[in-house]
Design a protein around this ligand. Sequence first.
Ligand code: BGC
Length: 381
Amino acid sequence: MKRRFLSVLLAGALAVSMLAGCGGGNKDAAETTTETTDTAAEDTAETEETDTTAAGGGLIGVSMPTQDLQRWNQDGSNMKSELEAAGYTVELQYASNDISTQVSQIETMISNGCELLVIASIDGDSLGTVLAQAKEQGIPVIAYDRLIMNSDAVTYYATFDNYLVGKTQGQYIVDALDLENADGPFNIEFVTGDPGDNNVNFFFGGAMDVLQPYIDSGKLVVPSGQMTKEEVATANWATETAQSRFENILSSYYADGTELDAVLASNDSTALGVANALAANYTGPYPILTGQDCDKPNVKNIVDGKQSMSVFKDTRTLASQVVKMVEAVMEGGEAEVNDTESYDNGTGIIPSYLCEPVVVDASNYQELLIDSGYYTEADIQ
Ligand code: BGC
């Protein structure tokens, strides 16, 4: 493995490049794949003989934030199976949304001899020390979905276009309320995610770039007045937290019959909290409600008219892209990137690959989610 000089080589790899990616040596031993689940009680360990004739080879650490949300389970299992199909051994861990658990899991991956780390961070700012160790040992790091901040150990970043996710949500509200033509004013509230997740800045920033002009002109009004990043945040993106904040908003600002026209929720777990709060505390016309991820309960809600849209981020696409990155890096080359401007993690721009998000609503969920094989009909019943 050429990793000790790779980090030096990759430090300058800012050019957009396309490499075929895989190929290379066979594996020479039977391998162990360990998957650690969120809670100790659920811990599972499985040992697998991997096809030793596959291309690639080497131990890859995959660190996911939590199993609480459907998407990270999909991300983790897609990564694991695609990496294994490419001939790698995978140490996959989920960290129960607990920062110190994630740090110690990454430490273990390093001491277990992982040759590359793929990390979806819980808190982008908390991995500096452990990743300094990785860097010292020449272990490349790919930030998965969420950018790892203030660490010069990050080699690449792969995600969906987070700013576009936010803009798409904002534009959905503009179109649904016909803000260009209608007089308004319309009432809107905001619910975003964990403040330690750098994506929140892009989701909220993108949405506000679209919506702020209508707020400035008075066509959109925020009865709660809650609009700062801190006020609209949801710790850990938790459904219950979003729900209780929204119940307070409804009882404080809408109990007198004031109509709520739109809620910008940055993702599906928070949208679910809003929908639960609305079901129990609001009787007016149902508002436009955005989301992201196309989680199963949210797709059900879209079909039932309780959520207007979600942004579909096909986790298969992201996993495939990251596996291509892993292969390129493990072979000593440069990975394909398509953005070298947007994501500065505090130590400089991290070369990134941004996958494209897609709007899903009642009009196209069948085609995009069912016909594409992402879900079966039974999944969303
Ligand atoms: C991801 C979203 C996800 C959220 C909560 C974000 O970083 O980009 O897809 O809904 O975290 O897990």
